[in-house]
Write a protein that binds this ligand. Structure first.
Ligand code: HEC
Length: 159
């Protein structure tokens, strides 16, 4: 089991106290998922829970720390690490979805840094998946994705 950070546990306890007859605190992420989502996220969570960032640019190592801190408050970090999402547009969609969940504590600045990290990381660690997705994307989607990946790789490249 993962351990829930104190801050998030406190938020949940506060909510539970407001629910009449509410007893015990359930793990926030999985219990209410529809069956299809549950199967999918359990598959994602089976893989490793850390990324070897030793060869990544320094600034992206910091972004990895932020990602690790923010994105395992409600579920295992293995969920985003091993999921099938890899393109910039997919990360944008999922990071927005996560930051808007109650109590996420993920601001716009954090979201941008996490986005840069996940796009860069996917372009290295999930390169085969990125290529596979781009092979079936529309020309516009392909160009937008390639431009964004290049922009982020240039931004963090060592001078
Ligand atoms: C406030 C709680 C919370 C935080 C913080 C959070 N998540 Fe989630 N996450 C969830 C829940 C709940 C689900 C279940 C499915 C859904 O709602 O999308 C989920 C599901 C996911 C999924 C699987 C989505 C799917 O349907 O296939 C990914 C990937 C993911 N989260 C990534 C992240 C990333 C990246 C971050 C950090 C930016 C993050 N999560 C932070 C609550 C959270």
């Amino acid at each position: 089991m993962y351990s829930m950070p104190v801050k998030y546990a406190a938020v949940l306890l506060g909510v539970a106290a407001l629910v009449p007859g509410g007893t015990g605190v359930a793990r926030p992420a999985n219990e209410t998922l529809d069956p299809e989502t549950k199967v999918r996220v359990e598959r994602f969570e089976k893989g490793p829970a850390t990324i070897d960032v030793s060869k990544y640019p320094e600034a992206l190592k910091d972004n990895y720390e932020l990602f690790s801190q923010k994105c395992m408050q409600c579920h295992r970090l293995s969920r985003p690490i091993n999921c099938d999402y890899a393109l910039p547009a997919e990360w944008e969609r999922y990071i927005k979805r996560m930051m808007h969940k109650p109590g996420s504590g993920i601001g716009t600045g954090d979201a941008k840094k996490i986005f840069d990290f996940l796009v860069y990381d996917s372009s290295i660690r999930k390169k085969a998946l990125v290529d596979e997705k781009l092979a079936t994307a529309t020309p516009e989607e392909k160009k937008a994705a390639e431009d964004k990946i290049k922009e982020i790789r240039d931004k963090y490249a060592k001078p």
